[in-house]
Design a binder for this molecule. Sequence first.
Ligand SMILES: NC(=O)c1ccc[n+]([C@@H]2O[C@H](COP(=O)([O-])OP(=O)(O)OC[C@H]3O[C@@H](n4cnc5c(N)ncnc54)[C@H](O)[C@@H]3O)[C@@H](O)[C@H]2O)c1
Length: 447
Amino acid sequence: MTTKVFFISRRSFLKRCSLAAAATGLPAWFVERDLAEAAPAPKLGPNDRPAIALIGCGGMGRADAGNARRFGDLVAVCDVDDSHAAAAAEQFSADGKKPVIYNDFRKVMARRDIHAIINATPDHWHTLINLAAAKAGKDAYGEKPLTLTIGEGQRLVRAVRKSRIVFQTGTQQRSSARFRLACELVRNGRIGRLRQITVWLPAGLRGGPFSAKPVPAGLNWDFWLGQAPKVEYVPQRCHSTFRYWYDYAGGTMTDWGPHHNDIVLWALGLPGPVTVEATHSSEPIPGGYTAYSDYEVHFTYANGVRHTVKSTRDDTIYGAIVNETGQRNGIKFEGDNGWIWVNREELEAGDESLLSTPLPAGALRLYKSDDHMRNFFECIRSRQLPVADVEAGHRSASICHLGVISLRLGRKLQWDPAREEFTGEGAREARAFLTREMRKPFNYHFA
Ligand SMILES: NC(=O)c1ccc[n+]([C@@H]2O[C@H](COP(=O)([O-])OP(=O)(O)OC[C@H]3O[C@@H](n4cnc5c(N)ncnc54)[C@H](O)[C@@H]3O)[C@@H](O)[C@H]2O)c1
């Protein structure tokens, strides 16, 4: 058998590069480097399609599952709300085959034919389900923020390492060339000594008071609440807006925060800050969402870099623009020689040459992934660490939890990122936030 080799001329290669550069807004040298090094995507045979289960069939779960079906077969869906599970099963029926519906994730874990799970439940359910996946030896794509507490993250990292499952965190900005380039430039000293990083996150919802309602048919409210305190059903506590209640999440600090702060840690190459000091500028409405919606958090690092996280009301939580000339969500890196701004749509610098000048051949390079879900499935085959491995997911969640702890205590705190412990004044109070009491039976013995 002969193999046909197609040669592409240097001229047409460069044309492709400049077209790609124009389309993405990335500098031509970076696009050229990426394209020149691009390995063809490995061909998949019919037996290479792992069986996948989706756990948590809300907005993000269904988006993730649609994405994952490019690489595997969705054979099961699981939700504690029957209507969400049924809708997902309907959406993902193919060739006369419908995914099997479950309402208890432990039954999914018991199915030996299922290779990988997607966990897109609310934040307070992430850890128990991810731990169950590790115990069952199933690879997992787990949505951000990885955990509800820093203590959960420490346990999960240990369990993933012990079980050797492949774990990808749903912080997909790590698979964007724009963010990778910004981090490579910062890491290689392009803006000189890094001094200040400023992150803007969309402000949270501030609403209430809300009243209790009858539990909708088909929703297992007690299971949905899981480890969180038992309360009456309030629709705003449940689907989608659970993020604005400290019982289940941490407001936009832990919703958008794990995306942008993950990029900050990637650019720094550090596991976390050494101090955190947070303030809020609006009070939650009694009987309404409990998480602070408008806030400012200041971190410092062992190398002297300052990192500020501010909420902005000019962008919505969905990334939509409210005020065209206002403050976009995103990240600004400032150093002695200039600044770089990056978000999901833009990459800019104080001086164009900071972007347009290629990095030298020996420059430090970061993990290259241009497709977060593909990277997960490639790692399932290669057994290598994915670009947003569990440790990265844990650290990007931890920094946001630190911000929330300081916000809730209203004080400055010292943190030892190597030992993952609070030190100095206020440490005793802050330590109480590293774990939470888990309502029985939804504790670590549950799965
Ligand atoms: N990576 C991203 O860009 C991105 C974007 C949006 C949301 N997310 C994350 O995805 C997760 C889900 O967010 P969403 O907006 O889809 O929420 P959602 O409320 O729309 O969906 C969550 C679903 O999980 C179900 N659920 C709750 N407990 C369960 C359990 N124990 N077992 C099975 N199902 C359970 C709920 O009934 C619901 O259907 C969150 O952690 C969120 O932070 C990530």
